[in-house]
Ligand binder design. Structure first.
Ligand SMILES: O=C(CO)[C@@H](O)[C@H](O)COP(=O)(O)O
Length: 242
């Protein structure tokens, strides 16, 4: 039995839901929440297309997620759901209706997608960030060749170019290695710098939205940290305003 969400937007605070072993079924949720999930799926699918488009990922590496929010009376209300891409699916095949819906524990809900579509292998890290950083609305994780090289060297990415200064204002630190399936990756991702390289091959950033966390456009120098193997964490995953 799913409680009415309009009065109780934070799923994890709902005792019935938190203590229930019943799966959350998207089609049984309030129409407002379903609408928000559908909109988030469309946005996250479109953002994934930006990663191969700008050479920020190869194969199925990398991922984007966004927290599902509602707008009520002009106010943004956070839910305890987020949308992320399925694991191991070609970027060419990603679409809004194959985006996976998860709780902030990183568990996939019954979102109408086939059981064969499992959430990205980095889902635990994204979930960790959403659980611990209320201001984060989106996470973008890229794998650019340049940032990957710095991460493999276990060195911070120097703030050496004008646009890097504009974006970060400081070197992007190198975080300790963690399995992508564990929450320490998430913990390593969100600490002070909005972007960092993760050994051996990742680089995360934070922002209020996924668009804000998206890598820089091609006008950015190729060595820019934002064009690297990394997660970006933002208030929402969309195109950064500049
Ligand atoms: O950095 C990593 C793994 O180390 C990730 O970017 C994965 O490569 C993402 O794979 P999916 O499970 O999302 O397809």
């Amino acid at each position: 039995m799913v409680p009415e969400l309009p009065e109780l937007p934070r799923l994890s605070e709902l005792p019935d839901l938190a203590e229930s072993s019943e799966p959350i079924v998207l089609s049984e949720l309030d129409a407002e929440v379903r609408g928000a999930v559908a909109a988030t799926r469309r946005k996250v699918a479109a953002l994934h297309a930006e990663l191969p488009r700008w050479g920020l990922v190869v194969w199925t590496a990398g991922n984007v997620s966004e927290r599902v929010t509602l707008t009520r009376n002009g106010e943004t209300v956070k839910t305890d759901l987020f949308v992320i891409k399925p694991s191991g699916v070609s970027y060419d095949e990603l679409a809004a209706d194959t985006m996976v819906v998860c709780t902030l524990d990183g568990n996939k809900i019954d979102d109408g997608t086939p059981a064969s579509l499992t959430p990205s292998s980095d889902t635990a890290a994204h979930a960790y960030v959403y659980r611990h950083m209320d201001g984060v609305g989106g996470v973008v994780h890229t794998h650019s060749t340049y940032a990957t090289a710095w991460a493999a060297r276990r060195e911070p990415i120097p703030c050496a170019l004008t646009m890097m200064g504009d974006e970060f204002g400081a070197p992007s630190p190198s975080a300790p290695s963690h399995s992508s399936a564990t929450t320490p990756l998430g913990a390593a991702s969100w600490r002070p710098c909005p972007a960092r390289s993760l050994r051996p091959c990742s680089w995360p950033t934070t922002a209020p939205s996924p668009s804000g966390a998206m890598p820089a456009p091609p006008s950015r120098p190729p060595s820019c940290a934002r064009r690297s193997p990394a997660p970006f964490i933002s208030p929402a995953p969309t195109a950064r305003s500049r």
